[in-house]
Design a protein around this ligand. Structure first.
Ligand SMILES: NC(=O)C1=CN([C@@H]2O[C@H](COP(=O)(O)OP(=O)(O)OC[C@H]3O[C@@H](n4cnc5c(N)ncnc54)[C@H](O)[C@@H]3O)[C@@H](O)[C@H]2O)C=CC1
Ligand SMILES: O=C(CO)COP(=O)(O)O
Length: 436
């Protein structure tokens, strides 16, 4: 638990990202920074990918003197509303929108990563070597990093690029509901290497590098250098993280299973697409439940198969990040809603994303493609028929109508190519080749 003796220095918090979830989490962090002055600096930085916006007349912060095009950071810092990505929510005045990534992360001990997953690697590369070497991270990203070396959790990718330890936050958390302070739960997974057994975990010097062998969640062993946090700061532990994220309307459980929390958050987005499609076809709740049942089984199997070294299967059932997130996402998440509309309107899902989300990003479509490329390399597409069906529907080689028979008993041969006059909805379910 937390330290009992007062520390001289407080943690400085930076949120990297300012979208729908980025702002909702930044609001929570800023509220808690203000109410825990012994632990955190009051001002919380939020890096904003700068763009020009207008305050809409529907905003309660609109007045004729602030009409017209303005920088998003200026709008957030003056009227305290992200009018584009989280409209209608008043943000705390101690949350500072910063267009400079380098400046936003400078001197921060706790970095909260909250961006659509396609932007995270480039963003981390920009701040490599420019953060405190003893900073710690929390990744709120729902996605997986698939590259030529295999599949990795974003918490691990962030940690590897920046040379820091990074945990994960994920749960049944529709951002707009959380921002409106409607009660929800979340899971934070934080399990830094036990430096105590290898070298002192706390340092009075800022140059102490602790070198040790680290087994990552997929079982790969690597040499890691981690700088210990100076003793002048309160230790970054479960107590401090709960103090930073728990609110009366946002209940946090801190656990150790980083792989389980991260994997379920990424994979449920693939399942939510299938749920949206079958509901869009008018098949009803029984069909959606069947998708969720098979989806959950594949999520658990995926964790067991590729992250067995560290995953705790109870996370899928017992924590908010597991089945609870699958249920909420398959009821009202953006992946579900856009997939449903793509079938109803017979429109590519990317087009629905572009016209309906006002700049917000779907994560399920790219995750389905990335997971499929990984499964293909393992020769295991047939072992995950729902994930494979979602990918094939996106690429246009399968139809939504094929899902029931395909997930019941995966065929040995390739599925029948989509008929050119397939029913309304099946063309719509596709994404363009550029995303594949
Ligand atoms: N929105 C939600 O309800 C929830 C989202 N998440 C996860 O949180 C992560 C972040 O999602 P959101 O904050 O909702 O993002 P979002 O979907 O609102 O995406 C828009 C954000 O992307 C930024 N962006 C656009 N182009 C960029 C670029 N080239 N470089 C950097 N940033 C760029 C925009 O400035 C904006 O801040 C995702 O992985 C998502 O799955 C998790 C829980 C709930
Ligand atoms: O992750 C989410 C809820 O927990 C939100 O999912 P979507 O990105 O599909 O909206």
């Amino acid at each position: 638990m937390g330290s009992t003796t007062p520390s001289q220095q407080k943690h400085k918090i930076t949120v990297i990202g300012s979208g729908n979830w980025g702002c909702a989490i930044a609001k929570i962090a800023a509220e808690n920074a203000a109410s825990n002055p012994g632990l955190f600096e009051e001002k919380v930085e939020m890096w904003v990918f700068e763009e020009t916006v207008e305050i809409p007349k529907t905003s309660k912060n609109y007045n004729p003197s602030n009409a017209g095009p303005q920088k998003l950071t200026e709008v957030i810092n003056t009227v305290h509303e992200n009018v584009k990505y989280l409209p209608g929510i008043q943000l705390p005045v101690n949350l500072h929108a910063n267009p400079s990534l380098e400046d936003a992360v400078k001197d921060s001990t706790i970095l909260i990563f909250n961006l659509p997953h396609q932007f995270i690697i480039k963003t981390c590369e920009q701040i490599k070597g420019k953060i405190l070497p003893y900073a710690r991270g929390i990744s709120c990203i729902k996605g997986v990093d698939v590259n030529s070396t295999g599949i990795h959790l974003f918490s691990e990718t962030i940690g590897r690029i920046l040379g820091i330890y990074c945990g994960a936050l994920s749960g049944a958390n529709i951002a707009n509901e959380v921002a409106q302070e409607k009660w929800s739960e979340t899971s934070i997974a934080y399990d830094p290497p036990h430096l105590d057994s290898q070298a002192p975990s706390r340092s009075t010097s800022t140059t102490d590098l602790v070198e040790f062998q680290h087994k990552d969640t997929s079982g790969q062993i690597s040499e890691v250098k981690l700088q210990a946090l100076p003793t002048s700061y309160p230790p970054i532990d479960h107590f401090v993280l709960k103090s930073l994220f728990h609110r009366p309307y946002f209940h946090v459980r801190v656990v150790n299973d980083v792989a389980g929390v991260s994997i379920s958050g990424a994979l449920k987005n693939i399942v939510a697409l299938a749920a949206g499609w079958v509901v869009g076809m008018g098949w009803g709740d029984n069909a959606k439940s069947a998708i969720m049942r098979v989806g959950l089984m594949e999520m658990v199997k995926f964790g067991d198969t590729f992250f067995s070294a560290s995953i705790d299967n109870r996370t899928f059932t017992d924590e908010s990040a597991g089945v609870a997130d699958l249920i909420t996402s398959s009821s009202s998440g953006r992946n579900f809603r856009c997939a449903k509309l793509s079938v109803e309107r017979n429109m590519p899902i990317e087009e629905v994303e572009r016209t309906e989300l006002n700049g917000q990003k779907l994560q399920g479509t790219s995750t389905a493609v990335e997971v499929n490329s990984f499964l293909k390399k393992q020769g295991m597409e047939e072992d995950f028929p729902l994930f494979t069906a979602v990918f094939r529907i996106l690429e246009g080689s399968m139809k939504v109508e094929d899902i029931p028979s395909y997930i019941e008993r995966p065929p040995q041969a390739s599925p029948t190519p989509a008929s050119p006059n397939s029913k309304a909805g099946n063309e719509g379910a596709r994404i363009t080749a550029a995303r594949l």
